[in-house]
Design a protein. Structure first.
Length: 117
């Protein structure tokens, strides 16, 4: 038997997806802003909710790739870059950056349940 045959990989860990200092308990998840600096977040006491959300997506995208999913059957989520474009809103031009997040689960129901991933 080849070394790679029948080796079951585990789901990506909290630290792999959100950074080395990520922790959780029954009530909270903690993601360190220092772990998000590598993808461009400048940590401050007043980061916007949107900048934090964007940083979390960008950090998770480093681990949740289609290549990693191909190598690990336990990975259910993939984040990929979409197309960039320029859009006009209120007479101003904005760069629109699209991220595609794909969730895969066995075909048991048609509803989205975060517990399935």
């Amino acid at each position: 038997m080849k070394k790679s045959e029948n080796i079951q990989m585990a789901e990506p860990t909290l630290q792999q997806v959100f950074g080395a200092n990520a922790t959780q308990d029954a009530n909270t998840i903690t993601i360190s802003k220092a772990d998000l600096a590598s993808i461009g977040l400048t940590a401050s006491a007043n980061n916007t909710a949107e900048s934090l959300f964007a940083a979390i997506i960008a950090k998770a995208q480093q681990q949740l790739t289609s290549t990693n999913q191909t190598e690990n059957i336990e990975q259910s989520v993939v984040i990929e870059d979409g197309f960039q474009s320029l859009v006009t809103r209120n007479n101003a031009t904005y760069r629109q950056v699209t991220k595609t997040i794909t969730f895969e689960k066995p075909d048991n129901s048609g509803t989205f349940d975060p517990d399935d991933y």
